[in-house]
Design a binder for this molecule. Structure first.
Ligand code: PMP
Length: 344
């Protein structure tokens, strides 16, 4: 009898079941045990593979999507890449409205994956006709047979993580997780994982990371939208200038704000200390952990899971470019030396 060929049927079968990796050196001075859920191990190199697959398959099950239909979405890059990847395998056309804040690498990658990309100005109000929300809406209305994913306002974004990432973390920690730390953009990741974990054990703390320049933390505290909180910042995929319904604010215990600079430096530190090459928001999440540790959020018995959303290769022209770091005023010769001296 012939031996069976051990192959996956397509790339989509590799989505999910990402590893949980213990952090050893970057957390040396902190109380507790720290584990990274490394979403870069998804085939599209980010957590967004999960929502692309889940949402499109739900639409197929409901008969909303037929072969040859068009998928429309707004995206900071990762969701677009994932939707483009899933669309290719499943035979859909993909049109994406992208913020001009997204790196050139990301935009080139989307085009490589067959997507039609519309680049829209980042620093205009969400209801401006030029914003990527409004552009996506218009394309959807003008394109017959199109489906608008609308990740910021789609409950299925939460469900994708409730059904996949949440149970994975619960099983990988054998139910011993005490804190989850995750960035919030659409809020789907933290809300879906948080809902699942709190159903298993309501004492688990769900800690969100937000950006300076975003409304999320203030909204969580006051339930009021304060437009004075909004100003430009550099981190892509973290924080928001509107209140997404894909964020379940009741599931989240608190938000911690992090700066562009500290997040970028911490991302570089993760690579140097753990050998993990992850994205800008992974640096933001880790930076948030450091700040929470300073506030004595954790003790020796804490088992903290930190979600690292994507891979470092997407940020070569930004946080992993010394030139870019110097231009932002984030790095000078001394900061490079201090990292090198600390970790040789
Ligand atoms: N990190 C990156 C790099 C992202 O692209 C996103 C999504 N915008 C997030 C974090 C936040 O994830 P979520 O949208 O599920 O809150």
């Amino acid at each position: 009898m012939k031996e069976t060929i051990k192959a996956n049927n397509n790339i989509l079968e590799l989505i999910g079941d990402t590893p949980l990796i213990k952090l050893n050196r970057i957390t040396e001075s902190l109380k507790g045990n720290f584990y990274a859920k490394v979403e870069a191990f998804n085939p599209g190199h980010s957590s967004k593979d999960r929502i692309a697959l889940y949402i499109l398959e739900q639409a197929e099950k409901k008969g909303i999507l037929k072969p040859g239909d068009t998928i429309v979405e707004t995206t900071s890059g990762n969701t677009g890449f994932s939707i483009a990847m899933v669309s290719i395998v499943k035979g859909y056309k993909c049109i994406l409205a992208v913020s001009s804040k997204s790196s050139k690498d990301k935009i080139d990658m989307l085009r490589t994956m067959g997507a039609e990309v519309h680049v829209c100005p980042a620093h205009v109000p969400a209801d401006d006709a030029r914003s990527y929300y409004e552009v996506a809406k218009r394309i959807h209305l003008e394109t017959p047979g199109s489906v608008y994913i609308n990740q910021y306002f789609n409950e299925l974004n939460i469900d994708a993580h409730y059904h996949t990432t949440g149970p994975e973390i619960w099983n990988q920690t054998s139910g011993q997780i005490t804190h989850l730390v995750a960035c919030s953009g659409t809020g789907g990741t933290i809300s879906g994982i948080g809902r699942f974990l709190k159903e298993q054990n309501p004492n688990i703390q769900i800690l969100g990371i937000d950006a300076y320049g975003s409304v999320l933390q203030k909204y969580h505290q006051t339930r009021e939208f304060d437009k004075n909180e909004i100003y430009p910042y550099r981190i892509e995929g973290l924080g928001k200038n509107l209140i997404p319904t894909a964020t379940d604010f009741d599931t989240i215990d608190s938000f911690t704000k992090v700066t562009d600079e500290s997040s970028a430096l911490t991302a570089r530190e993760i690579a140097k200390t753990e050998g993990l090459f992850v994205g800008y928001t992974s640096g933001a999440a880790m930076q948030g952990v450091k700040q929470l540790a300073e506030d004595e959020t954790f003790d020796e018995n804490s088992n903290v899971v930190i979600l690292f959303p994507d891979h470092g290769s997407r940020y070569m022209s930004k946080i992993y470019s010394d030139e870019w770091m110097e231009q932002q005023g984030f790095m000078d010769e001394n900061s490079e030396v201090s990292v090198a001296v600390n970790y040789i």
